[in-house]
Design a protein around this ligand. Sequence first.
Ligand SMILES: *Cc1c(COP(=O)(O)O)cnc(C)c1O
Length: 408
Amino acid sequence: MDRAHALALDAADPLARFRERFELPEGLIYLDGNSLGALPKTTAPALEDLVRREWGRDLITSWNKAGWIDAPARIGGKIARLVGAAAHEVAVADSTSVNLYKLAAGALSLRPGRRKIVTERGNFHTDVYILEGLAALTGAVLEVVPTEAVLDAIDETTALVVLTHVHYASARMWDMAAVTAAAHARGALMLWDLSHTAGALACDLTGAGADLAVGCGYKHLNGGPGAPAFLYVAERHQAAIRSPLQGWMGHAEPFAFEPSFRPAPDLRAQLCGTPPILGMAALECGVDVLLEADRAEAQAKGRALCAQFIALVESRCAAHGLRLLGPRPMDQRGLHVSFAHPEAYAVVQALIARGVIGDFRAPDIARFGFPPLYLRHVDVWDAVEILRQVLDERAWDRPEFKARAAVT
Ligand SMILES: *Cc1c(COP(=O)(O)O)cnc(C)c1O
């Protein structure tokens, strides 16, 4: 592989036309779309129209006229196509953390008599924090076990297993169908966090028999900073699952102003308060672009970019002791690549100073994401060349690159 070969791959790339659908600053290589997806070119005009016309001119009539009230279900139905669910099984609401709380609490309501929740040590911290809080309030018992002990920890006292499908640091991917089947074999429910899956990988919640899922709107879905998240409840659970946050949007008739809560008979029962329409509109723009691309093609390109990055880093930066996290087979990974290095923080800062944006994850991880719709093979080549220079020159070894910022 050399730079000419990378350019040839880009010339033959059936997804190449998608790059111009995103705002990407000239001269910047953006390898952090797994943390904050890039801005689709349709988003700013859509928000401008929403603000000036729908809000500014049509005011409150837009709840009906512009379909604001349907946004959670409408955008959920679009995300359903990305995660392999039926349209009425996905809704957009709240943050991933809040949705996880709602669905995990709901799972306990579906398994009365069972108190155990199993999750993986090293799962994304918000997932563990949320489950700790739920356990403290409900008397559920949370078992946070090492990766290799997860399956054995599921027993006939287990109400729920919560796992992140693609690990935020290592990119290791669970076998969704196999783990779901193992949970079901013990009578437990399965909740998947799809934050690093949705919009990145082909995903089949229905085929896997999944019960519940949540996921993030601002990563591979390109919904913008703090975009609303999504939740999935398989149809077979929708009538029975309770929500711990019984807001009016979850009521069977929100505008009947009944004195007491009566849950909607469907997924709407998992909504709580008024949907944030500006954020939802931005998310819809991100999802709409993704839906234009062939999922299998996008996954294949993303994996090719990751494989290229790993191979180039390991051959061209071999002297610098970078250690790959996660498995090597591409079909066991998501679309980001992490290397451990003792000076990872400073290395990432030095890269940013040279126009390559990745991110740092404590304690020693440099992480790089490869969203296939707006990255090229030549970007991967150039990023590794700049990484090689940063390491060869010890360009990271400067005080300003070692001073930690609030958000890393
Ligand atoms: C990014 C991410 C989240 C985000 O949670 P928010 O509440 O939306 O901030 C949750 N879980 C995982 C695994 C993530 O990677």
